[in-house]
Design a protein around this ligand. Structure first.
Ligand code: ADP
Length: 166
């Protein structure tokens, strides 16, 4: 059992203030936290893997014990490779629970030593997901308070190139 380092995996397409909140809480609990951006070949993200990693790195630069990398394949294999036994996941509403519960049990079946730790989100981020964020932004909604400043800049570039500071 490796306890000093936790892995926080996800799509982070893009990273939001909800993700940052979870990373900050995890950083206070562990010596090292590695945010691991998932390479998902089936799902074409809004941002490339490199963009997602770079956005997350900038957004988490204030946390000295947090690093950002990417991974592909099975999470349990990645944990072994990184010498970690702990996976961090954020919990928003009850709706997250069923999927997260399934994933946690499946991962435990594959690797009994692995532990999934859930950190409950802050109430103000409980409705926030990367998916809804992008939808709202595309339709002209204000999302500045929901993402780190560097992510907001990237959203403007990607979805509203003609209005650099809307
Ligand atoms: P999403 O597209 O739903 O944001 P991710 O795969 O990027 O999903 O999420 C990675 C992890 O971060 C998951 O454990 C997810 O539950 C968690 N997470 C996502 N959004 C939030 C939020 N607003 N507050 C807390 N945790 C979150």
């Amino acid at each position: 059992m490796y306890r000093h380092k936790a892995i926080y995996p996800g799509s982070f397409d893009p990273i939001t203030n909800g993700h940052v909140f979870i990373a900050e809480r995890a950083a206070a609990l562990f010596d090292e936290v590695e945010v691991s951006v998932l390479i998902n070949s089936e799902k074409k993200g809004a941002f490339s893997l490199e963009e997602r990693v770079e956005m997350a790195r900038t957004a988490l630069a204030h946390l000295p014990n947090v690093t950002v990398n990417s991974f592909t394949g099975l999470l349990v294999d990645f944990l072994r490779q990184r010498k970690s036994s702990i996976v961090i996941r954020g919990l928003r509403a009850l709706s997250d629970f069923e999927y997260e519960f399934q994933m946690a049990l499946m991962n435990r079946k594959l690797e009994p030593e692995m532990e999934t730790l859930f950190i409950v989100t802050d109430a103000k981020y409980s409705y926030l997901s990367s998916h809804t964020l992008k939808d709202v932004f595309r339709l002209g909604g204000e999302v500045r308070s929901m993402v780190p400043p560097n992510v907001y800049e990237k959203l403007l570039e990607r979805f509203r190139p003609e209005t650099p500071d809307a």
